[in-house]
Design a protein around this ligand. Structure first.
Ligand SMILES: [Zn+2]
Length: 323
């Protein structure tokens, strides 16, 4: 059931350390914000925190009667009926947790929960870089790597809700151990944390070329951060550029494989790596073409940077709560 154009919804980005809520209109504009800490015990305490946020907004005279639904953006596996958290690696006590129903009972509004990458893609699809593409794939790359897919205007969730987890395709037999419990997932080669690991490997492999980069971290490779590496690469540091090249090559390889399964019209790349801009996205697109099966005869999907920053999950979840 769709709600009226003038109605408002609340989007809530639920993370491991903070809960970011916003009142969002039908055009994706955030008109009011609230921020609280995520309780360490997660589970029922988190239900309480989120319900309090919603009730406070709902009882605010300036929103009287206008809030019609709540959407949660959550890092984890979510049931395809958008109600239950199946698995949540960053938040305690939320395994097989019927969060939608529990919050709905306390706030008297419909509540849906969506995987954070899917929610972010939805924001891009409605208001940003993914608009008008079909199918459109999404990689959200920060510390880890999430995925989303929209086909014919609908998010693909799969049978159980685990659909479009693009970060966990295995690209290396017996490769790097991944947080999901298996080995060799693309997340371990194309995420932000993989980029830092590869930079440290390059420092070991090429000590003669590493002086400049080591100087930036007081000779401690463990001090490397994404920002330091990005700045170094922009200033043409050889090791930093080589690390980005490795990451881009892996990402391009994975994208090439996915294009043959999904034949997307466009691939959107979002998350923290967007700050690195053309250090990653352009070389990844070039690597995709290099690895593309049946390359010369096929349509090459557009590869574009996401438009939304950190608000993507919140805005997407709020919009998903409208129908
Ligand atoms: Zn994995």
């Amino acid at each position: 059931m769709s709600i009226s154009q003038t109605a408002l919804t609340i989007g809530i980005d639920v993370g491991g350390t903070k809960v970011l809520a916003g009142v969002v209109d039908s055009q994706g504009q955030i008109i009011f914000r609230v921020r609280k800490d995520t309780p360490k015990n997660g589970g029922p305490e988190l239900v309480q925190v989120i319900s309090e946020i919603v009730n406070e907004i709902n009882q605010d005279p300036k929103f009287a009667g206008q809030i019609k639904g709540v959407g949660l953006s959550w890092a984890g596996l979510i049931s395809s009926d958008r109600s239950t958290i199946i698995d949540s690696p960053n938040i305690s006590n939320c395994t097989n947790f019927p969060i939608g129903k529990l919050i709905s009972e306390k706030v008297n509004l419909p509540v849906i929960v969506e995987n954070d990458a899917s929610a972010a893609l939805w924001a891009e699809f409605k208001f940003g870089a993914a608009k008008d593409f079909n199918p459109v794939m999404f990689f959200i790359i920060g510390t880890g790597m999430g995925g989303g897919l929209i086909v014919d205007g609908n998010l693909h969730r799969g049978y159980s809700g685990a659909g479009a987890e693009f970060g966990h395709m295995i690209v290396q037999k017996d490769g790097q151990l991944c947080g999901c419990g298996t080995k060799g997932c693309i997340e371990q080669y194309a995420s932000g944390s993989a980029l830092l690991r590869m930079a440290r490997e390059l420092i070991q492999e090429r000590p003669a070329q590493s002086a400049n980069l080591l100087q930036r971290v007081e000779n401690k490779p463990e001090n490397l951060t994404g920002n330091i590496l990005t700045t170094a690469a922009r200033e043409n540091d050889e090791i930093a550029l080589a690390a980005f090249k490795r990451q881009a090559d892996w990402l391009g390889l994975a994208m090439a494989s996915y294009t043959l399964i999904l034949d997307p019209q466009a691939i959107i790349i979002g998350g923290g790596v967007v700050d690195a801009g053309d250090l990653l996205i352009k070389p990844a697109a070039e690597a995709m073409v290099k690895y593309m099966p049946f390359g010369k005869d096929r349509n090459i999907p557009k590869v574009l940077a996401a438009k939304f920053g950190n608000d993507a999950g919140l805005v997407g979840a709020a919009n998903l709560a409208r129908d």
